[in-house]
Design a protein around this ligand. Structure first.
Ligand code: CP
Length: 326
């Protein structure tokens, strides 16, 4: 167990070593147990987290805010459009100033080519931890909840288990690529064999793919890429199927929609789930485009663990906050 994570930022999934992630998971389960028993766990009494949002959220906002309250502190919800950022407050100023008011700064900024840089510049100037509530490259707190859920459902011995991270069709908007990128970085460290499936236009960032290959090699797991959802789902233990935009191909929403519309058959439906093992689980970070990205019978069916995943956001984030913001 790595016992001192005080003051650390969590921006990229690989910012914490595998041992440090295991520490977070251990603390998350302890906090989950304490909440179930109604045991007080006010480790962050009088501490305040700034939650700065440049993009909408349901789960991330709710889980960070509830989590801080349960830890005895408070979370301040700040929408960027209600601040003076558009009138000149720089990243350095935000880091310097919010670092003096708050005990942690959590930021969601998913704009392509801008969000991750913004978080890193705020972190450089801040004296308190900066926590990534999703940027265009990573969604590390989602990924912590995901590995926590996988271990709860499949046990700690994950070696030789097959996890499919698949693109799925959605029509609502060009979703960020941060969830699949975080998954392919983190999951090999826990022994999972990862199969990434997507149509050709939906590639992930080459540097993230290289890092994922390195992690797979280091942890002696397999990492393969296919362009066929059915092929990917065969014998899967875990099917994590969600949409992301063709952002390396185009950032134009109209052009992106035209590309996406060619692949409407990439839906997580009963036929795809039937290709997996009998006890395959279906995962999605939500929100999902129901009937388009995933069939109701799958997301509401016996294989789905999406609500446990959403719940675990809160427990995992409480652990990160308790360990970094003390
Ligand atoms: N999964 C997730 O990040 O949900 P929100 O966008 O609602 O925060």
């Amino acid at each position: 167990m790595q016992s001192d994570l005080r003051g650390r930022d969590l921006i990229s999934d690989l910012d914490f070593s595998k041992e440090e992630v295991e520490t977070i998971l251990d603390v998350a389960w302890d906090l989950k147990r304490k909440r179930a028993l109604g045991e007080p766990h006010a480790y962050l009494r009088d501490k305040v987290l700034a939650m700065l949002f440049f993009f909408s959220s349901t789960r991330t906002r709710g889980s960070f805010e509830a989590g801080m309250a349960q830890l005895g502190g408070h979370a301040a919800f700040i929408e960027s459009r209600t601040t003076q950022i558009s009138h000149g407050d720089t990243e350095k100023e935000m880091g310097e100033i919010f670092g003096r008011y708050f005990d942690g700064i959590a930021i969601r900024h998913v704009d392509w080519g801008i969000g991750n840089r913004y978080l890193n510049l705020v972190a450089e100037a801040s004296r308190v931890p900066v926590l990534n509530m999703q940027c265009e490259i990573y969604h590390p707190h989602q990924c912590l909840a995901d590995i926590m859920t996988i271990i709860e459902k499949k046990g700690r011995e994950l070696r030789k288990k097959k996890m499919v991270v698949s693109w799925a069709y959605a029509s609502s908007y060009l979703k960020p690529i941060s969830v699949p990128q975080s998954l392919i970085l983190q999951m090999p460290r826990f022994g999972l064999d990862v199969t990434l499936a997507h149509p050709p236009e939906f590639k992930l960032m080459p540097e993230i793919m290289d890092q994922a290959q390195e992690q797979a090699k280091k942890f002696n797991t397999s990492f393969e890429v296919v362009d066929d959802m059915e092929e990917a789902c065969k014998d899967a233990d875990i099917i994590y199927a969600k949409s992301w935009g063709p952002l390396l191909t185009t950032q134009d929403p109209e052009e992106g929609k035209k590309i996406q519309d060619q692949y409407q058959h990439w839906i997580a439906d009963d036929a795809k789930m039937a290709l997996g093992k009998d006890d395959v689980i279906y995962m999605h970070p939500l929100p999902a485009d129901r009937k388009i990205e995933v069939a109701d019978s799958v997301i509401d069916g016996k294989h789905s663990v999406v609500f446990d995943q959403a719940e675990n956001r809160m427990h995992a984030q409480k652990a990160v906050m308790a360990l970094t913001m003390r």
